[in-house]
Design a protein around this ligand. Structure first.
Ligand SMILES: [Zn+2]
Length: 334
């Protein structure tokens, strides 16, 4: 039977660190001699039911301590890709946060080489094509972002672009103008989280100052009619993460999510999982959830899937994009 979950799709907003499931966290902790402040996977799973942003961030960054070696990163990415494949993902553009690892003494090369090992064999193992996007933590300094970009230069053959994530308010995109200009000069694609908690002005800045091609989240753009018109006119993709918005309280309940009105406005929106181990579902689960809670019908699910490939960085391989789009059209729900 074909479930809506299995609709072929691309995932464009996925933090690899956010795919760390309790079982793998414990396995890596044991292997690396890291003490976790939880008795077992059940207790850790209960901690994943955090109630606010700060407890999420504490858990998220705390658990990263188990990721030490290149093999750890390979296993993490491999586990995500296996799950994603089961949920219809055919192409994944994966974020990682180098500073979250270099700050605790794990070299950037270890992280990139470990992830790349899983990504390079993903097509053969899982039938999922991949790209890697390096994100800067926006609550760190612009200098730290620039140092990270410079340190990444030997690994750029593994990296398609740069992004900007973590706590948004008080850290406007313009803070990173220089590092984005430098990334552009290196031929990297550009995306940024904007308009999740931050105001519509941050979305404009990401477009005008950083020159991003996609906005990650962009929910609050809906407060600004002129901005919505521009996003529609310029076909700027927005990578929405509805389950994440509920867990981090950008919306109270999924039933209140603006996805339907964003689609009705003609925005090029996609649906993604963000940090799926923590937010209650992978991208196929998310498609299922918006179908159930928001009445997103089968043809609209197909539109979301189509958008995901249109918004992806597959410009270097239009044949592949066309093949994926044909899979979307050929998919039968029943
Ligand atoms: Zn995100």
């Amino acid at each position: 039977m074909h479930l809506p979950e299995a609709l072929p799709k691309a995932e464009l907003h996925l933090h690899i660190e956010g795919t760390l499931e309790p079982e793998l966290a414990f396995a890596l902790a044991a292997r690396n001699g890291v003490d976790l402040p939880y008795a077992d996977t059940e207790e850790l799973r209960a901690a994943y039911l955090f109630s606010d942003l700060q407890s999420f961030l504490d858990l998220y960054y705390g658990l990263m301590a188990v990721l030490r070696t290149a093999d750890d990163f390979t296993e993490l990415a491999d586990a995500y890709l296996a799950r994603a494949a089961r949920q219809g993902v055919r192409h994944a553009e994966i974020f990682f946060d180098p500073q979250a690892h270099t700050e605790r003494g794990v070299p950037l090369g270890t992280v990139v080489e470990g992830l790349a090992r899983a990504l390079d064999r993903s097509e053969e193992r899982h039938g999922v094509s991949t790209q890697l996007i390096m994100c800067f933590l926006r609550d760190r300094s612009a200098e730290s972002a620039m140092e990270t970009l410079r340190a990444a230069e030997p690994y750029l053959h593994h990296i398609v672009g740069v992004g900007l994530d973590s706590a948004e308010v008080g850290h406007p995109p313009s803070k990173f103008a220089e590092v984005y200009a430098a990334a552009g000069a290196l031929g990297l694609r550009k995306v940024a989280h904007a308009g999740e908690e931050g105001p519509p002005a941050y979305v404009r800045e990401a477009l005008d100052v950083l020159g991003v091609e996609r906005i990650d989240h962009g929910l609050r753009a809906m407060e600004d009619g002129e901005l919505v018109e521009r996003l529609v006119r310029e076909r700027v993709p927005l990578t929405l993460c509805p389950l994440s918005n509920v867990r981090l309280r950008a919306v109270d309940v999924l039933e209140d999510h603006p996805l339907p009105s964003m689609m009705a406005a003609g925005l090029l929106v996609t649906v993604n999982s963000d940090d799926p181990a923590y937010f209650g579902g992978y991208v196929g689960d998310t498609f299922h959830a918006v179908h159930e809670a928001l009445g997103i019908g089968q043809e609209q699910l197909r539109e979301l899937a189509r958008n995901s490939f249109l918004a992806s960085f597959l410009d270097h391989d239009e044949d592949r994009r066309a093949r994926y789009l044909a899979e979307v059209e050929a998919y039968t729900f029943d």
